[in-house]
Design a protein around this ligand. Structure first.
Ligand code: SF4
Ligand code: SF4
Length: 353
């Protein structure tokens, strides 16, 4: 029998994911701590103005988030990703972060990077997240103003990134491609290289029923020729491993959740307390803060287990290879089992009509 050292970290991760999927164990969580943000990005699927929060729910306290994590740890939780909105708009961010780290959880943080001050630099230098990722929305203040409504956003973010770099805190970057910033992509790649930070480029702009500010559908860059899609070495390795795992464990990857890695292994809790498989889904509306995590985790899978392909997909020969997951279907059609005409055409013809 090969030892763990011989098999390596990635094999161990795959094995944990497979076991979690088999046993329906909540290995990973995403906590959306707030819908509030210091930016106003036009494609954002979550941001609300402060006066829009109360009619939709209430922010949960640090104690509630930490209590939820504690309940999930009892069932196997190992990793938590903290996101927003902008997590650093929460005055109690440090308290939540340190509590989760001290529970032994592997904590990731996603942020727009503009609110990093000396205290946060010291926090991350002393207790580095397993993943610290900032979205770079452009390569100039003009782009930040056009897309994020933040006239000096670029300067703020670059100051933060240099402060973290000087303190030796590792981080990675992501770039969300839209019609308003795609021309900055080359420069953004150069900035990432100068900072020695891995860069992930995303093209998914999901529509959202969660906020009326989202203009995703009018901001998509539809022409594939405008992207320089050179995958990173890590992305190539990950895609290859995902294909291999899927082919070796067909029994665990069936039906409408075949290509969804979160199914039976992960959960996301929105700022208002709704629990779903991921933040793009809005279907189960399970309520772990009120009804307890264990009961709601079970109920969520009873609901998801009833989902089936729509009849258009049942008749499709590409079905087993189709990467369109229920969350993408939900974002496009309003239902996780809807027929996503736009995604279907984009995936298989590169055309939108
Ligand atoms: S996309 Fe991110 S940075 Fe932009 S408004 Fe939304 S939460 Fe804030
Ligand atoms: S979304 Fe399109 S390609 Fe995917 S299974 Fe349905 S019909 Fe087939």
């Amino acid at each position: 029998m090969t030892t763990l050292r011989e098999r390596g970290w990635l094999d161990l991760c795959d094995e944990m994911m497979l076991n979690a999927r088999r046993t329906c164990t909540p290995l990973s969580a995403t906590f959306e701590l707030t819908p509030l943000c210091n930016f106003k990005c036009k494609m954002c699927y979550v941001r609300l103005d402060p006066d829009e929060v109360a009619p939709r729910g209430c922010l949960h306290t640090a104690e509630e988030w930490v209590g939820l994590a504690r309940e999930a740890v009892e069932l196997g939780l190992m990793r938590v990703c903290l996101t927003g909105g902008e997590v650093l708009t929460r005055p109690d961010f440090k308290e939540i972060y340190l509590s989760l780290v001290s529970m032994g959880l592997l904590v990731s943080v996603l942020s727009n990077g503009a609110l990093i001050d000396d205290e946060i630099v010291s926090l991350f230098a002393e207790h580095p997240p397993v993943l610290l990722r900032f979205t770079l929305y452009g390569a100039s203040n003009e782009t930040y103003e056009r897309l994020c409504g933040a006239p000096d956003g670029y300067d703020q973010v670059m100051r933060s990134l240099h402060a973290l770099r000087n303190a030796g805190v590792p981080f990675s970057l992501s770039f969300t491609s839209t019609a308003k910033n795609i021309d900055d992509l080359v420069k953004v790649r150069e900035i990432a290289a100068e900072l020695n930070a891995p860069l992930a480029v995303s093209t998914d702009l999901l529509s959202s029923a969660r906020t009326s500010h989202c203009e995703a559908s009018s901001l998509r860059v539809e022409e594939k020729s405008r992207f320089d899609f050179t995958p990173t070495d890590d992305q190539v390795v990950q895609a290859r491993r995902a294909r291999q795992v899927l082919s070796e464990h067909e029994d665990l990857f069936q039906g409408i959740f075949r290509h969804c890695k979160a199914y039976r292994t992960s959960f996301s809790v929105q700022w208002n307390g709704d629990m779903e498989t991921c933040l793009v889904m809005s279907y189960c509306h399970c309520r772990p803060f009120e009804d307890g995590f264990a009961a709601e985790w079970k109920r969520m899978h009873e609901i998801l287990g009833r989902l089936e392909f729509p009849h258009e997909c049942m008749a499709c020969e590409m079905r087993d290879d189709c990467p369109v997951c229920p969350a993408t279907r939900a974002s496009e059609t309003g239902r996780p089992d809807g027929f996503p005409l736009h995604s279907c055409r984009m995936n298989y013809t590169g055309q939108t009509d």
